[in-house]
Design a protein around this ligand. Structure first.
Ligand SMILES: NC(=O)c1ccc[n+]([C@@H]2O[C@H](COP(=O)([O-])OP(=O)(O)OC[C@H]3O[C@@H](n4cnc5c(N)ncnc54)[C@H](O)[C@@H]3O)[C@@H](O)[C@H]2O)c1
Ligand SMILES: O=P(O)(O)OC[C@H](O)CO
Length: 372
């Protein structure tokens, strides 16, 4: 990774210490927890500037105050992470271009549907040698096929982009309950190490694997399986059924990832970003919770309505990802290969009832051959 520009270098006797400036693009539930983790580390680690800038999609609170002002006055994101201090070195900034202009390292953590617009606004507005990481679980679908969010960032901004995914329900990490995460990187191990250093904490153990696509697809696809798990809960079908849905989901996640990118490694599915994230999301995530409510209402209330009522501004990723995935499966004629992914979308749009989540899997018993 290229060292930061001269103005970020501090001379200490004969030693020159490079200081990387950090900006976080996004300030939702996970974005705020990421700020807390990073802000605690930049105070401890010499190679980073203390200040962490956080871009906030500005909104006016019911009190009439601006969210940014409240964060800067109270050090708390009262809307998306109430009750948690972010660190006094976190500065909320409602001006996207201003927030990124001096950054050497950019952390992207918004709901995936906003990233295309954000990237367009950032073209020509960031420094040339910036390193980025995406914590975003989702993808875009273009005429030429699916585009992972890290690829969108890399292509539109001309910068390298790692990813960080894992079994990471933000509210649990906010109160420092132990968890793990996985950084996915392409080539530069030193850059990956820098990201690991920046996020790692005794209660947040981060490791790095050379498999950006595998890590990012795990984080993206598990949200669709979480919707299926929520349907199972909403119909009170029990733990065995939910475990079956999780297993089938994992098989489809792996098969889809490998069809898309032959470079995806089997071992990635055993990292925090793989099976661990699938389990936590299907047990305690927002996608699961809202899908449960959808099924309990017999599919009569839309996901949009339930999301607005239950999440107060937080965004689901699973429903739109199921839709995007369906588009890819249609483009390639792959519906029969991915019955769970296909059925989740058809239930979400009301074409099938929630009970279809198990009906599709009534196929003849199979003998699994050992490929080892
Ligand atoms: N919350 C978690 O537990 C968690 C954990 C791991 C990963 N993630 C992933 O992190 C990403 C961000 O999720 P989150 O939980 O931080 O967000 P969130 O769902 O809590 O909040 C939604 C955010 O979107 C912003 N927003 C609303 N309209 C916008 C617009 N038009 N343009 C830009 N921003 C807008 C809101 O201000 C808010 O910051 C998602 O991909 C999610 O899957 C979330
Ligand atoms: O609450 P969810 O369903 O968006 O999932 C949160 C995280 O992705 C879990 O790792």
């Amino acid at each position: 990774m290229a060292p930061p520009a001269m103005e970020n270098q501090i001379t200490n006797g004969d030693e020159i210490t490079t200081k990387y400036k950090l900006t976080i693009v996004g300030s939702g539930n996970w974005g705020s927890v990421a700020s807390k983790l990073i802000a605690s580390n930049t105070l401890k680690l010499n190679s980073f500037h203390d200040e962490v800038r956080m871009w906030v999609f500005e909104e006016t609170l019911p009190t009439g105050e601006k969210l940014t002002d409240v964060i800067n006055n109270t050090n708390e994101n009262v809307k998306y992470l109430p009750g948690i201090k972010l660190g006094k070195n976190v500065v909320a900034d409602p001006d996207l271009e201003h927030a990124v202009k001096d950054a050497d390292m950019l952390v992207f953590v918004t709901p995936h549907q906003f990233m295309e617009g954000i990237c367009k606004r950032l073209v020509g507005k960031i420094k040339g040698d910036v390193q980025a990481i995406s914590l975003i679980k989702g993808m875009e679908v273009k005429a030429e096929g699916p585009c992972m969010i890290s690829t969108l960032i890399s292509k539109q901004l001309g910068i390298n982009c790692c990813v960080l995914m894992g079994a990471n329900i933000a509210n649990e990490i906010a109160v420092e309950k132990f968890s793990e995460a996985t950084v996915g990187y392409r080539e530069d191990k030193d850059v990956a190490q820098r990201w690991v250093q920046l996020f790692n904490a005794p209660y947040f153990q981060v490791s790095a694997v050379q498999d950006v696509e595998g890590v990012e697809l795990c984080g993206t696809l598990k949200n669709v399986v979480a919707i299926a798990a929520g349907f199972v809960d909403g119909m009170d079908m029990g733990n065995n059924t939910k475990a079956a849905i999780m297993r089938i989901g994992l098989v489809e996640m792996k098969a889809f990832s490998k069809l898309m990118f032959s470079s995806v490694k089997d071992t990635t599915f055993f990292e925090s970003c793989g099976v661990a994230d699938l389990i936590t999301t299907c047990l305690g995530g927002r996608n699961r919770r809202v899908a449960e409510a959808f099924a309990r209402n017999g599919g009569k209330r839309s996901f949009d309505e339930l999301e607005a009522e239950m999440l107060q501004g937080q965004k689901l990723q699973g429903v739109s990802t199921a839709n995007e995935l369906y588009e890819v499966l249609s483009q390639r004629g792959w519906h029969e290969l991915f019955p769970l992914f296909t059925t989740v979308h058809e239930i979400c749009i009301g074409r099938l009832p929630p009970s279809a989540i198990v009906e599709y899997s009534e196929h003849p018993p199979t003998l699994v051959e050992d490929s080892a």
